[in-house]
Design a protein around this ligand. Sequence first.
Ligand SMILES: Cc1ncc(COP(=O)(O)O)c(C=O)c1O
Length: 404
Amino acid sequence: MKYKNGQYHIENINAEKIVRKFGTPSYIYSYDKIKENINNFKKNFKSIKPIICFSVKSNANLQILKIIKSFGLGADVVSKGELMIALKAGIKPDKIVFSGVGKTTKELKFAIDRKIFLINAESESEILEIEKLAKSKNIKVKIGIRLNPDTDANTISKISTGKKENKFGVNLQTFIKILNKYKGSNYIKMSCLSVHIGSQITSHKPFQKMLSIVKKSIQKSNHSFEYIDLGGGMGIKYSHKDKKLNYKIYCKLIEKFLKSFNSRIIFEPGRSIIGNAGVIISRIIYIKQTPKIDFIIMDAAMNDLIRPALYGTNHSIIPLHKKKTRISKKYEFVGPICETTDKFMLTKSYQKLKQNDYLIICDVGAYGMVLSSNYNLRPKAVEILVKNSKLKIIKKRQSITDII
Ligand SMILES: Cc1ncc(COP(=O)(O)O)c(C=O)c1O
């Protein structure tokens, strides 16, 4: 994804061609980028031979999941819907982990019946429910117990999950209580300790702290785990100011951790696999000039990409046709939705824009389409894959009649 002669290209296809064919707003993904991300991830963590389960919540497009499956990844799911789509993508049940604080009895039953790899339980009540189901079928179900390590992920507070005030996992006291209670159980096999402290973590330090707490917790519990599921959370660069997590350092920390335990590591990456493999192309509907600022009113809105409104995060917006000169002007890039939070970016200098120009919203592959909605009764955008110089619709644009 780069400029060639001032024109934005996805692989070797001019984005203008995509727009002419499919209109705007459109989600576009690059096959090569997904492949590069997966290979890079595997290469950097090779020494610890992790089981990699892609976090379906970050992108649940069936065709994307088929690509991810083709590179040998499993899936991390958080609902029956995600479990079903992972299976539909061809991911084998023995490569699927099921996380989430509120799995219903129906969802647990579905997962147990499909004999998935692991259910990562998050409370005593959930384990009781799993035990009941296992007893009724006279089988032993393999579970992970999610530990809440009370660790600050130093990320956006709204996507932090490992502090004691967050709803996720159980504290150490409960963790040990569960281990003691189910030690000899005929129905529950406690194979895994799972942990996930948050998303978009760009420094290795929170992971280092998390590993040290996990280590102490295992030692205190006096239990050996076949698997340690470290979740996802690996951060990516959304702007030139951001850092990307250094995989090599994280891997070294895990290597050191594994010297004390004979366990296999599971990862559940989402954003780091798909985040920078997707963009939205949008058209400028109007430019509204005011004395202090010009509002660039785009046809992509918070219903297409809610991250900025929901978490206060930034996505770079770049022009499809890049000009050499910039002007000093305050531009605010906004969507047409009737909400003040429907805005994406504020700049002080940019190239001169005009109505009907096209813009690229970057790095929307993760938590983009999956969080989209029909707010203001706006149809969801089309999703397109670029692979081998070909364009393929991987999810049709909704029509207004679809949603009415
Ligand atoms: C339990 C769990 N695993 C994995 C992930 C994926 O995280 P990320 O996309 O940051 O890799 C999440 C998302 O927050 C999660 O809650």
